[in-house]
Design a protein around this ligand. Structure first.
Ligand SMILES: C[S@@+](CC[C@H](N)C(=O)[O-])C[C@H]1O[C@@H](n2cnc3c(N)ncnc32)[C@H](O)[C@@H]1O
Length: 300
């Protein structure tokens, strides 16, 4: 099977992987010298389909950003570390996972985080309120074989050249955004934010930042989760801040899967401070309709 960056290198809850191919068509034509900014990078699903090569990506989780930098700069080292632990876990059993988890929570080595993320339940990176990784070993699955993983890591490593990574608050990542730059915004989910980061997210401050981006002439696309099953997480983005919006289905929430509750799809609203190409917008809209039809068929 041909491997590519379509397979995630870092699995992330709330990843835009399922809709990245739809969203990437919604950008306007980038002007010469335009840069790409992604200040809530998480699992970086939009990076392989970014509209321009050069840019800046950030996140407040230091070890996650550290891992991105290692994947970009030292793919060999990432893979050797994973392979050594993976084989150790094969021969010595599940205690290896828990020893690495303890060590990661003490020393915060991003390479340990990578091993944990690839061998834990559903591959979900999850921290408790003290910032400790707390997901368990996936007992029935050994985690991806190092040989298969190597293709994925090398592919991503090449693709990431041109991206600078910062372990900072989103406003610091956006500090140097200028006219014509393209910004993809995927802030923490209202329904899940506490699980990744103990701090809650200040949407009022976020809207002020959108206003600033408008004033410097940047073009941004913002995704906000709307509904997952019966729960409604929608945020009201002040209409004066954006020009267009569309709702699309992003599939099942990994958190609801993990918790074994409702498997209803998550619907997101995507906001733009520009007019996306009409055809791409129509296609995004019809995808939503198709996926709604599928959901209602499953319910019957
Ligand atoms: C919904 S996830 C992004 C998912 C990503 N688009 C993907 O496809 O994998 C939101 C991310 O924002 C990060 N985050 C939360 N608060 C932040 C802040 N104040 N500044 C920067 N990043 C933040 C979280 O750590 C999380 O990785």
């Amino acid at each position: 099977m041909k491997t590519s960056t379509r397979q995630p290198v870092i699995k992330w809850s709330g990843s835009k992987r399922a809709v990245a191919h739809i969203l990437c068509r919604l950008w306007p034509q980038a002007g010469a010298g335009a840069r790409y900014f992604e200040p809530f990078v998480g699992g970086g699903a939009m990076l392989p389909v970014r509209p321009v090569a050069d840019g800046v990506a950030g996140d407040t989780i230091k070890e996650l950003v550290g891992l991105w930098i290692e994947i970009r700069n030292r793919a060999d080292k990432v893979l050797n570390h994973y392979s050594r632990l993976w084989h150790q876990r094969e021969s010595e059993g599940h205690q290896v996972f828990y020893r690495v988890r303890e060590r990661f929570n003490r020393e915060k080595n991003p390479l340990d985080l990578f091993f944990l993320s690839r061998t834990c339940v559903n591959g979900l990176i999850r921290f408790n309120a003290r910032g400790e990784f707390n997901n368990s070993l996936h007992h029935t699955r050994p985690g991806i074989h190092p040989d298969r993983l190597s293709e994925i890591v090398y592919c991503w490593s090449r693709m990431l050249s041109g991206i600078e990574f910062l372990a900072v608050d989103y406003r610091a990542t956006l500090d140097s955004v200028g006219a014509g730059d393209l910004v993809f915004l995927d802030p923490p989910y209202a329904g899940t934010r506490g699980r990744y980061h103990p701090e809650s997210f200040d949407f009022e401050a976020f809207y002020r930042e959108l206003e600033r981006l408008n004033s410097v002439g940047a073009r941004w696309m913002l995704t906000l989760d709307g509904r997952a099953g019966a729960r409604i997480y929608e945020k009201e983005v002040p209409p004066s801040l954006y020009q267009t919006s569309v709702s699309i289905s992003t599939g099942n929430s990994p958190f609801t899967r993990l918790m074994n509750v409702s498997l209803d799809g998550v619907v997101e609203t995507v906001y733009f401070n520009f007019k996306p190409p009409a055809e791409a917008l129509r296609a995004a809209y019809s995808k939503k309709q198709a996926s709604r039809r599928q959901t209602s068929r499953r319910r019957r």
